[in-house]
Design a protein around this ligand. Structure first.
Ligand code: SAM
Length: 188
């Protein structure tokens, strides 16, 4: 057994809660790796809402979803995740949401996630999260602006009420070069 990377572990955790028929959110679509994984996990009776502010990644993801027969159960939204409530049908409940923070490798490095909008989106997800459901954040913070987002996020997560949420922090502590941190919030 090898301990899993933060990214790999995010899917291991999601595997435990996401079932066919569920509604879930990919808050940072990028090139669509999580969107494709989630669309496959929820199946034809479920739905994935994916958000990104960059259209190039959304277009590439749409093509991949089409080629893999997963487009019908996916809605890709070209808007910031801080506006996610505006795009979801009324009374939507989710079992999971995933955020991959930072910038999209290979694209414009100045387009990064920011604490204020990330935290607003997480709060919106927590309101519609079913009991037992998970909101997962994989935080990359080595880039300019990354540590500021991480600091605010850690403060926010630390203060989430223990009676309502469990918050996990998963990180390799002896790796060089700012190893990513996984945060998982589970609604009790
Ligand atoms: N999960 C992606 C994948 O599988 O390729 C990688 C995501 S990348 C680390 C972060 C993404 O967040 C970028 O594509 C960026 O455009 C997006 N982003 C930045 N600010 C955003 C916002 N306010 N709302 C939604 N997406 C945002």
């Amino acid at each position: 057994m090898n301990l899993e990377s933060a990214l790999r572990y995010s899917h291991t955790l999601l595997d435990q809660v996401v079932q066919p028929g569920d509604t879930v959110i990919d808050a940072t679509v990028g090139n669509g790796n999580d969107t494709i994984y989630l669309a496959s996990a929820v199946g034809k009776s479920g739905h994935v809402y994916g958000f990104d502010v960059q259209s190039a990644g959304l277009e590439a993801t749409k093509t991949q979803l089409l080629l893999t027969g997963l487009l019908n159960q996916t809605t890709l939204i070209h808007d910031g995740h801080e506006h996610l409530s505006n795009h979801l049908p009324e009374d939507t409940q989710i079992t999971a949401a995933i955020f991959n923070l930072g910038y999209l490798p290979g694209s414009d490095k100045s387009v990064i996630t920011h604490a204020k909008t990330t935290i607003s989106a997480v709060e919106q997800c927590l309101k519609i999260l079913q009991r037992g459901g998970l909101v997962i954040l994989v935080s990359y913070y080595g880039h300019p602006g990354g540590k500021d987002e991480l600091n605010h996020l850690q403060t926010f997560l630390t203060k989430l009420p223990q009676k309502e949420f469990q918050v996990l922090n998963y990180q390799f502590m002896n790796q060089q070069n700012d190893p990513p941190i996984l945060f998982a919030i589970q609604k009790r």
